[in-house]
Design a protein around this ligand. Structure first.
Ligand code: GLY
Length: 350
């Protein structure tokens, strides 16, 4: 079993091992010594894994209750959040008990937020079942639901007590979900690790996925430990995301996946960086080639001016503009606070 200790919140382990779902109960009991666990999952994941997790948790001596919601981003609402919190109250969970988020990013974000606000905060365990959730959203304690005004606008930093990653679950993941997660994996190579980027280029990520997950989690662990609440370095994890979120919004959050939009965003910002003499020439093409290898898009028909216009409304904007994340070269990233005029100039918009 691979273990990474994260020194954030009260401190917690990320455990990575094939077949971990079947033995998760023992690990959870050791981490939180709860009497009762509320398993939150969705309509796609529950038929595959709920019974396995439930049996293991019960075998470890905990009582379980389960709450399922319809799969998909449209479920990540304040209404469902309140339903989950009410479910925890109806089932009498105490501060000693725990929530288990069994699913992808939507489940982890929403169940994590429910754990953050119920009784002013109880333990929760992340059991991510998508590549994107395994390498990104399950680690670092960002929890949230969406508002009609935008994604993730209502949330909290609330660190999990344990993250259990079973790479075997990726075998049942439809191909497009795997590609979607690869967008974030490639991002880690771009911002922090040229060797990871090269490895993804020279090998097939599916063949080395356990190592890839470990490396991505190790990178994210370091960033989160140094900047838990995103007042600096953690913003590097948003590489490609400012353009990407604008693109997702222009597609009305349907017809393009998060990974695809982020991929296009990484290429766009790197091309702009190259034109401005900031980014090593050829970087955008190298990123595009790697995205293509993993079945991701590298461009969109949307006009650049429209994308850049929408970037100005990004939720992470500052009073003075936005923090652009740029590469010097593959593996080396930095934050460039930019006024809206500077953003327009970077993308060649008059
Ligand atoms: N997903 C970006 C972060 O956790 O900061």
């Amino acid at each position: 079993m691979k273990t990474l200790r994260v020194n954030a919140g009260d401190g917690y382990d990320i455990l990575i091992e094939r077949g971990l779902l079947k033995t998760c109960g023992e690990q959870i009991k050791t981490a939180v010594s709860a009497k009762k666990a509320a398993i939150i999952s969705d309509s796609h994941v529950a038929p595959l894994y709920l019974e396995t997790v439930q049996s293991s948790v019960r075998a470890a001596g905990m009582e379980t209750v389960s709450y399922l919601f319809p799969a998909g981003e449209s479920s990540k609402t304040t209404e469902n959040l309140i339903r989950i919190v009410a479910f925890l109250a109806d089932n009498g969970l105490t501060r000693k008990d725990c929530v288990i988020a069994l699913g992808g990013g939507v489940c982890g974000d929403m169940a994590g937020f429910a754990a953050a606000v119920y009784l002013r905060g109880i333990h929760y365990i992340q059991i991510p079942t998508t590549l994107l959730a395994q390498v990104d959203s399950s680690v670092g304690g960002k929890t949230a639901v969406d508002l009609p005004q935008g994604k993730n606008l209502c949330g909290a930093f609330w660190q999990p007590s344990l993250v259990l990653i079973d790479p075997e679950v990726l075998n049942t993941l439809p191909a497009h979900y795997f590609s979607d997660g690869m967008g974030e994996v490639i991002k880690y190579g771009c911002i922090k690790s040229a060797p990871l980027f090269e490895r993804l280029k020279n090998e097939n990520a599916r063949d080395i996925i356990d190592d890839v997950i470990l490396e991505c989690c190790a990178i994210k662990r370091g960033v989160v430990e140094r900047d838990e609440k995103e007042s600096g370095e953690r913003a590097l994890l948003n590489f490609g995301h400012t353009c990407g979120h604008a693109i997702e919004k222009l597609y009305d959050f349907s017809g393009i996946s998060h990974g695809e939009a982020v991929g296009i965003g990484m290429v766009m910002i790197s091309r702009a960086g190259e034109s401005a003499g900031i980014t090593e020439p050829g970087t955008a093409d190298r990123i595009a080639a790697l995205l293509e290898k993993y079945g991701l898009k590298t461009q969109t028909d949307l006009p650049v001016s429209q994308i850049v216009h929408n970037m100005a409304f990004d939720k992470k904007r500052t009073a003075n503009g936005i923090n652009l994340i740029l590469l010097k070269k593959i593996g080396e990233s930095f934050i460039k606070p930019s006024s809206l005029d500077e953003v327009n100039a970077l993308f060649g918009i008059k």
